[in-house]
Design a protein around this ligand. Sequence first.
Ligand SMILES: [Zn+2]
Length: 252
Amino acid sequence: MLIDIHTHIQQFSDKDLDILINNSRFKNIDLIIAAGTTLTDSTKALELANNYNEIYAAVGVHPQNIHDESTDNYIAKLEKLIQFDKTIMISEIGLDLQENSVDIKLQRKFFSEQINLAKLHHLPTAFHVRNAEKEAIKIIKSEKINEIKSVAHYFSGDYQYAKELLDNGVFISIAKPFLRDENLSSTIKKLPLDRLVIETDSYPQYFKKNRTRWTEPKDLYIILEKLSSIFQKSKEEIKEIISDNSKYILSI
Ligand SMILES: [Zn+2]
């Protein structure tokens, strides 16, 4: 079973989504998680999931989107979305420290609250971390993320960070950057295969004029191929291991 454990495909236009779904069915992608970044976007993810068999929803507020709309009672609002069968994950949550980022104290609060929401409802979570690895490790330890299944999405850190994630029970999600980044690729080579999953993080890439170059769930195959070469195992073998890991996380 081939699972794209993290995307934002609810953000595609209807026309672009049609192309994406055709491509992913042609490539036999079995399941795609559409992760929300705001309450509105999470609702969209769930609506999409309700319309397509192979799509499931993740709901959450992304650290960069905390101020995009009102977050009054956002936990109660997320809980409403959790009641639906097709919501199977809390995401995208996390920490993101760049220039003009949302105040870190507020980000920490949202990250902690949403980890606890996942724990309360026994749901897995996928989280995002940019320039905040140490902060993130502090929170996942203090909030005991090891009590649920979790995924560090779009992993691009070093071995030390990976090790800390693994020690806290976190699975590591591999996306396309390691295809070109030799350092990242050699870090990933040292990680245990039974703790890896894969994702495309697909979202509409209007900045790329050539539509065929947009990242889509079908690109999971390129990731599998590269993993197969760095771990020196057959594509089938890698696919099976990754599939088992993803199914375990999603309890399917
Ligand atoms: Zn994402």
